[in-house]
Design a protein around this ligand. Structure first.
Ligand SMILES: *Cc1c(COP(=O)(O)O)cnc(C)c1O
Length: 368
């Protein structure tokens, strides 16, 4: 059996929607982009949405909204995809890492207060693997210290914590639509906010720093070409129409994994916080002992089952070590997680037989 690591789910409606764009004169930002960003904001529950060309671009714009002075600090997690920390570096800020909770693998709020200095400007929590962070605690700390919060919700479209969707807690939030995400636009991302100033700034930054009503070649500030194109927006619009169905399919695949892997010796299935009343499964990440992880990956590969060591901790990436002098032992919970986590094949249309096949291989290998 050949099982891919992930696979986007593309329907005939998606194809028709994208093709329809090619019959119009609008190929970059136009009516579909407008509808997509409004529709997405409505789905998550914020006032404003700004569609951009990648989740990383949305993060960069969010950091620009903080107006960082050189050396100012943003508290974040080292257990993430590298973009959530790089965006701070883009603006000359300093990422200050706080270790993670050993169960949920999200930032541990109890470490945040200790990390706050007079240079701290904001907190950037990441809802890893589709599980929202403990946002009640994060928001309380932020309010106590007058800090802004940017949510990296790039992996958690539609997830809910205490009845509220991820991406509605902070000053703004970011989403991503790369093909391995729950819904895709090819490349693409989106920034959400309730704040009118952030909204206006984001629209200007994505479009070369143009002002709202300016002539085409009038630029108010240093901006970027972070525009979303209409083909991407059309795909996003079409995928958004069935996002709840997509999330339900992924929930079913995840449940299948958890049921079968719970019976496998030596495998820890994902731990979901009770306050998370809806998961948005981005990837399925199990944990095994660090001594067993790489062997499991190698043996799975021999049987045609791909897997990934997901995440590898950010602070030990070569250029972070060089820039900040990070070393092994700095964030022990995170390091342990990155030695023991294994992402298994996972996608919306994954069949029961495929899940069974993967789990059988895992069980056999773990039995030794
Ligand atoms: C996918 C992702 C992003 C953004 O990725 P792009 O490839 O730029 O769209 C940012 N943060 C996290 C945690 C992600 O998983």
């Amino acid at each position: 059996m050949e099982i891919p690591m992930s696979r986007p789910m593309i329907t005939q409606e998606d194809i028709d929607e994208v093709m329809s764009v090619l019959k119009t004169p609008f190929l970059s930002m136009g009516p579909k982009t407008d509808r997509f960003e409004k529709g997405f904001a409505e789905y998550i529950g914020t006032k404003y949405g700004v569609a951009v060309n990648a989740g990383t671009s949305a993060l960069h714009i969010a950091i620009r909204a903080l107006d960082l002075k050189p050396g100012e600090e943003v508290i974040t997690t080292p257990f993430s995809f590298i973009a959530s920390s790089n965006c701070i570096l883009y603006e000359g800020g300093k990422p200050v890492f706080v270790d993670i909770d050993p169960k949920t693998l999200n930032i541990d709020p109890s470490g945040i207060s200790e990390a706050i200095t007079d240079k701290t400007k904001a907190i950037l929590p990441v809802h890893a693997f589709g599980q929202p962070c403990d946002m009640k605690a994060v928001m309380e700390i932020a309010e106590d210290h007058g800090l802004k919060v940017i949510e990296d919700a790039c992996e958690s479209v539609g997830a809910e914590y205490l009845g509220k969707k991820a991406g509605t807690f902070g000053l703004c939030s970011t989403f991503a639509f790369y093909p391995n995400k729950q819904m895709t636009t090819g490349e693409g991302g989106l920034l959400l906010t309730d704040d009118e100033d952030v909204y206006r700034l984001a629209r200007s930054l994505r479009n070369q720093g143009r002002s709202e009503n300016s002539q085409w070649l009038e630029h108010e500030r240093l901006g970027y070409n972070y525009r979303m194109d209409e083909m991407s927006a059309a795909l996003g619009l079409s995928q958004l129409r069935r996002i709840d169905k997509i999330l339900a399919m992924r929930q079913k695949v995840a449940e299948g994994y958890t049921k079968l892997l719970s019976a496998a010796g030596g495998v820890q299935t994902p731990v979901i916080d009770k306050r998370v009343n809806k998961m948005s499964w981005f990837v399925y990440v199990a944990r095994v002992s660090p001594g067993m992880r790489n062997k499991l990956m190698d043996e799975l590969a021999k049987r045609g089952v791909p897997s990934k060591p997901y995440f590898t901790t950010i602070h030990l990436q070569p250029f972070y070590r060089k820039l900040f002098g990070f070393k092994e032992g700095d964030f022990p919970v995170c390091e342990e997680a990155s030695r023991s986590c294994i992402a298994l094949p996972f996608f919306s249309e994954m069949s029961e037989d495929e899940v069974i096949y993967v789990c059988e291989q895992v069980k056999e290998i773990m039995r030794g």
